[in-house]
Design a protein around this ligand. Sequence first.
Ligand code: LRH
Length: 474
Amino acid sequence: MSRGAVAAVDLGATSGRVIIGRVGDGRIHLSHVARFANQPVRTVNGLHWDLLGLYRGAVDGLRGAVREDPELASIGVDSWAVDYALLRRGRMLGTPFHYRDARTAAGVEAVHASVPFAELYRRNGLQFLPFNTIYQLAAEHDGVDLVSLADTMLLVPDLLGYFLTGETVAERTNASTTGLLDVHTRQWDAGLLDVLHLPPGLLPPLVDPGERIGATLPYVVDEIGARRPIDVVAVGSHDTSSAVVAVPMDPTSAAYISCGTWSLVGVEIGHPVTTDAARDAGFTNEGGVDGRIRFLHNVMGLWLLSESVRHWERDGESIDIPALVAQASAVSTPVSVFDVDDARFLPPGDMPARIAAWCAEHSASVPRSRAEFARSIIESLAQAFADAVRAAADLSGVPVRAVHIVGGGAQNSLLCQRTADRSGLPVVAGPVEATAIGNILVQARAAGFAEGSLESLRAIVRTATSPRHYSPHP
Ligand code: LRH
C-alpha cells in the first residue's frame, strides 16, 4: 500500500469546502484548502441553488489544492441529495431548484395518482419527503415542461463531475435518493419512468463509489493549474453516504446520527426493509457505499436552530451559536418538546414564530427567550433522535447498544448529552468532518492508499480521531 493525497469537494447546504486528504499506513491527515459560501437565490419563480457559483468555488479550491499538492491522485465530489439539473445536448436547461422550494406539492399529487405511495415504497424504499427528485420532476410539468425537452438529468455532484470531465453518470448512492432507483435491484426502475411519462433516456448510466468517472478536461487542467489531467472518482456522492463511511462504529450493534442541517438517524444493514411498519414509521432505505443500506429516518435537524438564528439576525445583529447553546444549557425551567418533523418547519422563514405557533396549538408552553427557544429545539431534536434510534432498532432487528453522532452536531455537547439521556444509550461524538473523511477514504481505497472493507476504513477513522463520550444520566 502506498501513501498519497486526494481532494474532496464537499458541498453542504450552507457552504462548500475543498479538503486534501493524505492517506497511507492506516492513517489519514486532512488539510482544509478552501471554504466558500453556498447562498441560495430566490427569484420570481422560486428558490434556486447557485450551481455555477458553487462550481466556481470548487474550481478555485481545487487550484489551491493543486498548488499545495501537485501530485493529487484524484478528485471526488459529494453534496446534499435529491436536487438536479436538466440538460439537453450537454447544456443546462433553466436554473436548478432548491429542495426547499414550495413547488413540489403538485408533483406529489401527480406521482401518487399514478403510483400509490404504498406501491412506490415497495419499489424504491424511500421515506416520503415532498422534495424527493421523483416529485420535483413531476412538479416541473407544472408550467414550462423542461423535463420533456431534456435528454439528461444530473444530480448535483454528477453535474460538477460532468463540468470537470465531460462524462455524464449517476452515482448510485445519490441515485437512490431520487425515488427512481429500484431498492431491490439497485437499477433504475424503467417501469416507473414509463408510468410517470419521463423520457426513457433521462437517467444516465449508474456508477458505484470507487469507479473512475473520467479525467479533468483540458480547460479544467488549465484552470486548476495542474501539470496533467487528474482523475475524477465517484465517491459516496450523497453526503450522508460518505458521512456514514466515516462513522467509527460496529454496525451490528450501533446506530448513527449524521447531524448537520438535516439529522439522519438510523442503522446500516445489508438488505432493505420495506415493510408496512417501516413505511409508516417514515424509514428510508438509502444506498450506501459497498452496497450497504442506510436504514434511517430523516429528522429536520440543526436547520431549526440555524434558521432561527438567521431570523434573529435579520436586522444586522450577529449571534454566536456556541454562546447561544451555552445559554440554552443554563436554562433550568422545563421547555416544551415539539414535533421537529412537522412540515411547517421545512421552508425558510420565521422559525421562532412557527415553533411558538406549534406550542400554542398543542397547549405547550411557548419559549420566552432566545435561550429557551434554543433549549426547546435541542430537547426536541434529542427526543426525535431517541425515538428514531429505538424505531430503527425495532424495525431492523439491530440490537443498538451505542449511538454515534458525526458531523457538525457532534460539536454540540448539550445535544449529545441530551441524546444520551433521552435514549438511555451511550453517545460517541465525532468526527465532525465525517463527510469529507468518507469521501477521501473511498478515493484513497480506489487509488490503493487504503484497502479492505468499510470496517478497515472505519479502523483508520478510529485511529485518526478522538471521539467524545457521553453517558446517559438517569
Ligand atoms: C443531508 C441530505 C440528506 C437529504 C437532504 C436533502 O445533507 O443529503 O441526506 O435528505 O440533504
